[in-house]
Design a protein around this ligand. Structure first.
Ligand code: UD1
Length: 418
């Protein structure tokens, strides 16, 4: 397994472009199952999760090709509706095939995704939603077995907003008979991106990005073309990379409006951040204070930037209380940061970070999940000496060529091949 060696101490400077959003690409890829023909997506990031999703689609009878960030998916009329454990276990987002398969074939067999490092992450809300649309759902031998004569529009009230649940129901309802309302829907920009694509395919989705989404089911959808929105989490990570090293970094090709919660907190800490159209710049800063954050669903502070923000707070001149309110076990990076000499007291969902500006020291550490690995690389950028992050495949799941992007900004980062 590859590792990443990061030599701390370099101030990052320059411009770097954000890639397309992983969390948009995956649902968009699964949405193709709703319509036969050739779907074309541009601005698709080159990531391990995209490769795993292509494998799953190919298993389901689709043909895929990927070149220069353009992904083509050819969906045939055939009837394969089983998503096997071997593929689903690699990537939780595979559960998103349930809605499209059920809507189009009226039958689906999808492996349960199982637990993961950041909590149990159940899919009960997805299943309740499918039942409300009229599906018979059984869980047998590790698989969700779903059947319906035809999905019927319904009113679905999520007990708490779920990104994947909202996407799954939106896709299923697109081909259901009648009208579906999703209440307390997730409002993430990726939900809006998916709704836009469903509408390009001839669907009727309104209200995406607000807490009530209305979907008028149609009989048939057709393949279309679409450009994936920028990855706000990658953009945020790169902005923090500039900030933590005291450098001046401009992230281009992004939507600064989707980064408001992060930008607000960085400004509160003392950073000067400016935006210009589709780019955002963090200006060089010699010291910042500790600020508190609580992760919440969009437009709140994203849980996917919590670990990276914690790295930034380790370098502050003050104390920061970080509350993780979305996932129950997303502090796996704390113990690894402590190995780098960070001063953090973790409780169940709260971590108190006492900034020790300039005191981090390099050490071997282990990436435990995708965003935790980004956090460790960021900490490595300012730790004295070398930090070697192992299990870097987590990073490859969600960041396209991170070492090239960081090196381009002046970091000393290299991949150690196994
Ligand atoms: C998506 C993102 C992930 C991000 C997360 C929250 C993708 C591919 N992944 O994950 O990067 O961290 O949103 O912004 O887009 N829950 C239930 N029952 C359910 C579904 C969810 O209890 O049926 C809980 C989860 O355990 C979690 C919370 O709801 O505590 C939010 O999860 P959810 O929004 O569904 O996250 P994902 O869609 O899995």
């Amino acid at each position: 397994m590859d590792k990443m060696a990061v030599k701390g101490g370099n101030r990052l400077n320059g411009e770097v472009a954000a890639s397309g959003a992983k969390n948009s690409t995956l649902p968009l890829m699964f949405a193709t199952l709703l319509a036969e023909g050739e779907h074309v997506f541009t601005n698709v990031p080159d990531l391990l999760d995209v490769t795993s999703s292509r494998q799953l689609l190919e298993h389901l009878g689709c043909e895929t090709s990927y070149k220069d960030h353009t992904l083509r998916i050819f969906v045939r009329g055939g009837k394969t509706f089983e998503a096997p454990y071997d593929i689903v276990r690699k990537m939780r987002a595979s559960i998103l095939v349930l809605g499209p398969l059920l809507a189009r074939f009226r039958e689906a067999k999808v492996s349960l995704p199982g637990g993961c490092a950041i909590g149990t992450r159940p899919i009960d809300l997805h299943l309740e939603g499918m039942k409300a649309l009229g599906a018979d759902i059984n869980v047998e031998a590790g698989y969700v077995l779903a059947k319906t004569s035809r999905l019927q529009g319904a009113k679905i009230l999520f007990e708490s907003p779920t990104v994947g649940g909202t996407e799954n129901i939106m896709m299923a309802a697109a081909l259901a008979e009648g009208e579906t309302f999703i209440e307390n829907a997730a409002k993430e920009p990726e939900i809006v991106d998916l709704a836009n694509y469903i509408n390009k395919m001839g669907g009727k989705v309104e209200g995406a990005g607000s807490s009530i989404i209305r979907i008028q089911g149609v009989d048939r959808l057709r393949a279309a073309e679409h450009k994936v929105i920028p990855d706000r989490i990658e953009a945020g990570t790169l902005l923090i990379a500039g900030g933590i090293t005291g450098g001046e970094v401009t992230v281009t090709d992004c939507h600064p409006a989707d980064l408001e919660a992060l930008i607000g907190k960085m400004r509160e800490a003392g950073f000067k951040i400016t935006t210009d159209g589709d780019s955002v710049t963090v200006h060089s800063c010699s010291g910042w204070k500790g600020v508190d954050i609580t992760t919440t669903p969009h437009p709140g502070f994203p849980t996917d930037l919590q670990a990276q923000f914690m790295a930034l707070m380790c370098q502050s001149q003050g104390t920061s209380v970080i509350t993780e309110a979305v996932f129950e076990n997303r502090f796996m990076h704390v113990q690894e940061l402590v190995r780098l000499n960070a001063d953090i007291t973790p409780k169940t969902r709260v971590a108190v970070v006492r900034g020790t500006r300039g005191k981090l020291t390099g050490a071997p550490v282990m990436a435990t999940d995708l965003r935790a690995s980004a956090c460790l690389v960021l900490a490595g950028l300012v730790a004295e000496g070398e930090t070697v992050v192992s299990r870097i495949y987590h990073l490859d799941r969600g960041y396209e060529n991170m070492e090239r992007k960081l090196t381009g900004l002046g970091a000393q980062v290299r991949r150690l091949k196994d």
